[in-house]
Design a protein around this ligand. Structure first.
Ligand SMILES: *[C@@H]1O[C@H](CO)[C@@H](O)[C@H](O)[C@H]1NC(C)=O
Ligand SMILES: *[C@@H]1O[C@H](CO)[C@@H](O)[C@H](O)[C@H]1NC(C)=O
Ligand SMILES: *[C@@H]1O[C@H](CO)[C@@H](O)[C@H](O)[C@H]1NC(C)=O
Length: 359
């Protein structure tokens, strides 16, 4: 089923190519959308945190990237590609939008988008600030700066067209629970889960409205993943049972139901806005519960050896960088981030929503 959807996307790519060729201007394949612009946390960070001296979460060391081009640790939190890399390829891009803080984010490279994401970022700015990550508020400021830079490179009219046709991805929120709420008594006293999820979804709504005001017309937002099935959660909150933690998955579901309602409200408010939920909860939950059914051997362990120190419990341990023999048989590469093989599965299952955005 997923592969037939991919075929549909490929057909759109093919027709885009045909149009270009017939136009005769250039014989090069054109992606379906001119640019991909991403905001959020480690699920979409492609290396911004490498440029933040104080950032607590970085993936700039082996074994991150061991399956990526030139086996390079780029700052992506996986053995290989992340979901947005796979989506970009499906859309016909031959390269990925650069991390905005990198020297590559300049000149013509800006024409195909930019990536503003930062590991440990979050909806709630306080969470990001605790880990010296780029807050969502600051990501939006960088985006405005990017708009001016793009206009300087492309001219105002072309820049406006690129920004209006670009695919925007917003992927964040896990840190608001795992890196803040679940171990922050003052926060969890102040807000119960209902109130806290209202707060987070309200921040998303404000962010999406602001993106719209700035010219975005195609926005995909990821759902909250099954928080209780992440290996770090099972270790920290699983009472030694080695199973998904139902309470945490319920929190994710509470958030997702509110996100659904908010997305519907935003679409009613802005008739010309394409806005879709890229549901990562469902595929990841399927993989976590029955890995064998989808060709995976392990959904509880982590492919790389994770650490034990405060933050390292989530990440591969840089000093004992051992990995499993075959990352493709693991759902999780480290204790919170899926392997490339799992990312491929997640990307395929979000193709439907993606088509809605780009056509
Ligand atoms: C608890 O959360 C608040 C608000 O997000 C934050 O300012 C504070 O630093 C957090 N405290 C701890 C101990 O994590
Ligand atoms: C969100 O809405 C879609 C359809 O609009 C539905 O398929 C999905 O189950 C909903 N998710 C939640 C968490 O309510
Ligand atoms: C790695 O694991 C995947 C999925 O289980 C399997 O399809 C593949 O053949 C394995 N590769 C090797 C080299 O063992």
């Amino acid at each position: 089923m997923a592969s037939s959807q991919l075929v549909v996307v490929c057909l759109f790519v093919a027709s885009a190519v045909t149009v270009t060729m017939n136009g005769g201007a250039q014989a090069q394949a054109q992606p379906i959308v001119p640019a991909v612009i991403s905001f959020g946390d480690s699920t979409v960070d492609v290396g911004n945190n490498n440029y933040l001296p104080g950032a607590v979460f970085k993936a700039d060391y082996a074994p991150y990237g061991q399956g990526f081009a030139r086996h390079k640790a780029t700052g992506r939190f996986s053995d290989g590609k992340i979901v947005t890399d796979i989506t970009a390829e499906t859309l016909g891009f031959e390269s990925y939008a650069p991390p905005y803080l990198s020297p590559q984010a300049s000149g013509k490279n800006l024409l195909t988008g930019a990536n503003f994401a930062s590991a440990a970022s979050s909806y709630y700015d306080d969470t990001a600030a605790m880990y010296d990550a780029i807050t969502l508020t600051q990501q939006l400021k960088y985006y405005k700066e990017y708009q001016s830079k793009l206009a300087a490179v492309a001219g105002r009219a072309r820049a406006r067209a690129i920004l209006g046709d670009a695919l925007y991805v917003v992927s964040t929120g896990t840190g608001d629970f795992l890196q803040n709420y679940y171990h922050n008594a003052s926060l969890s006293h102040r807000y119960d889960v209902e109130q806290y999820t209202d707060l987070l979804v309200g921040i998303f709504s404000g962010f999406a409205n602001e993106l719209y005001r700035l010219g975005a017309r195609r926005i995909g937002v990821t759902s909250m993943p099954p928080l209780g099935c992440l290996p770090a959660s099972i270790r920290l909150y699983g009472d030694g049972k080695g199973a998904c933690v139902p309470r945490l998955n319920r929190d994710a579901e509470t958030f997702n139901a509110k996100l659904n309602a908010t997305v519907k409200a935003l679409k009613r408010r802005h008739a010309d806005l394409k806005l879709a939920i890229l549901d990562i909860y469902t595929p990841l939950r399927k993989l976590a519960q029955d890995p064998a059914a989808y060709g995976f051997a392990d959904a509880r362990g982590t492919c790389c050896r994770t650490g034990t120190a405060k933050t390292r419990v989530y990440l591969c341990n840089p000093t004992t960088a051992g990995t499993c023999r075959n990352a493709s048989s693991y759902v999780f590469f480290d204790a919170v981030h899926p392997s490339e093989a799992a990312n491929v599965f997640i990307a395929e299952s979000t193709v439907d929503a993606g088509i809605e955005l780009v056509t």
